[in-house]
Ligand binder design. Structure first.
Ligand SMILES: CCCCCCCCCCCCC[C@H](O)CC(=O)SCCNC(=O)CCNC(=O)[C@H](O)C(C)(C)COP(=O)(O)OP(=O)(O)OC[C@H]1O[C@@H](n2cnc3c(N)ncnc32)[C@H](O)[C@@H]1OP(=O)(O)O
Length: 258
């Protein structure tokens, strides 16, 4: 069986490509199990500093695998299916290394939910992003109802979830769902360049920065305290000294994650 998720490492960036083009990269248990295993490998690879998640074929992903869903027989099986998707998507979101989704064609349902679990999103002009679960008589079940309203105004989130209708990449960019737009055929280039810029950062600061922003919806004083204590500890990191040295010497910093 062809690899459900191809991994290609170039420099400090690992490109993960969903590889079920015949099923429009539908995401089932086997795909998320593979993603989980790949995250184990990439966690251990100190040379990899950032990830890109992309899709082979006509689009990023048409969502959860409806064939697998149709094979489920009990609510408990259904819960296990949804639980596994949310578990691995959550692991990607909390991954210490930043991730960029490269969306072309379409990112629908679980496909958009996977892109929402990435830190940033780049989308090709004309790509469709949506949560069509309402048209199937259900709701997004892999984090969409919780992650989307944290990125776009609640009214926009409700429109996508309650109508089930997609928006195009241009509109998604205007409302903050997409960080950067790419011309047709260019999404992987743009997403990889963005990931490479993130990968130039200090690994400890990248991981801590992700965690601090992810908790920013909580109590402000507690968040500022967490920021202060995190920054204070980072003062002792070798990368902090390297950053200042590189600035004085007018050269790019070479951060080692120490
Ligand atoms: C059994 C139904 C129960 C419904 C319950 C679903 C909710 C489950 C909730 C738990 C899981 C949570 C995760 C997530 O929140 C839920 C989802 O993601 S549900 C799926 C959401 N996605 C969609 O509804 C999009 C479905 N696809 C399309 O609308 C279209 O395919 C397209 C993307 C607009 C492209 O259209 P076309 O160009 O016309 O291409 P085709 O439709 O002919 O597709 C080609 C080929 O691919 C197969 N395919 C497409 N999408 C999926 C998919 N999601 N899973 C499996 N297979 C898919 C399609 O059947 C075709 O195959 P072929 O007929 O050629 O064999």
């Amino acid at each position: 069986m062809a690899d459900l998720l191809n991994v290609d490492v170039t420099g400090r960036v690992a490109v993960l490509t969903l590889n079920r083009p015949d099923r429009l990269n539908a995401i089932g248990t086997a795909t998320v199990d593979r993603l989980d295993a790949v995250l184990d490998t990439l966690h251990a690879d100190r040379g990899v500093r950032a990830l890109v998640v992309a899709g082979a074929g006509r689009g990023f992903s048409a969502g959860a695998d409806l064939d697998e869903i149709e094979s489920l027989r009990t609510a408990y099986e259904f819960r296990a299916f949804v639980g596994r998707l949310t578990e691995v998507f959550g692991r990607l979101e909390k991954f210490a290394k930043p991730s960029v989704a490269a969306v072309h064609g379409f990112a629908l349902g679980g496909g958009l939910e996977l892109a929402l679990a990435c830190d940033l999103r780049v989308a090709e002009r004309g790509a469709k992003l949506g949560l069509p679960e309402m048209k199937l008589g259900v709701l997004p079940g892999a984090g969409g109802t919780q992650r989307l309203p944290r990125l776009v105004p609640p009214g926009i989130a409700k429109q996508l979830i309650l109508s089930g209708e997609p928006i195009d990449a241009e509109r998604a960019h205007a409302v903050g769902l997409v960080n950067e737009l790419a011309e047709p055929g260019e999404v992987l280039t743009v997403a990889t360049a963005l990931a490479a810029r993130l990968a130039a950062g200090a690994p400890l600061a990248l991981a801590a920065g992700k965690a601090l922003v992810d908790r920013s919806g909580g109590d402000l004083d507690a968040g500022i305290a967490a920021e202060r204590e995190t920054v204070a500890v980072m003062f002792t990191a070798e990368d902090r000294a390297e950053g200042l040295r590189a600035f004085r010497e007018r050269r790019p910093a070479e951060f080692r994650g120490a």
